[in-house]
Ligand binder design. Structure first.
Ligand SMILES: [Zn+2]
Length: 119
């Protein structure tokens, strides 16, 4: 018997556990790396639009000026999948600056100072 280590497609960690099955019976895996933003993944996706590399290419092509239908034709996925990937990646991209913005607010006067004065 040959055992193949399962790697997380996001962080390449091999600390991966089995995480039940899809409705169609395909084994799902879960990444155990706490810093990894990807939790559940499959080894072999049935649908090209779910493969991480293809999704990255969708974003790259959009940044290089390719239209939705260009991207769909070249990557052999449907135009609706291209739109869905771009919407999700936009949400992920706007989530990061929010975290950075909240940490820059620490220089502003805190309400706890006025609370201490009231005592
Ligand atoms: Zn991971």
């Amino acid at each position: 018997m040959v055992s193949v280590p399962v790697q997380c497609p996001h962080c390449q960690s091999t600390e991966v556990i089995k995480a039940g099955k899809q409705a169609n019976g395909v084994q799902r895996y879960q990444c155990q790396n706490g810093q990894c933003e990807r939790r559940i993944f499959l080894l072999h996706y049935q649908h090209r639009g779910r493969v991480p590399e293809v999704r990255h290419q969708v974003v790259d092509m959009a940044l290089n000026g390719s239209g939705v239908r260009d991207t769909a034709r070249v990557l052999r996925i449907s135009p609706t999948t291209v739109i869905a990937v771009l919407k999700k990646s936009h949400r992920a991209a706007t989530r990061q600056p929010h975290v950075a913005a909240s940490s820059s607010f620490t220089h502003h006067p805190r309400p706890c100072r006025t609370r201490r004065r009231a005592r």
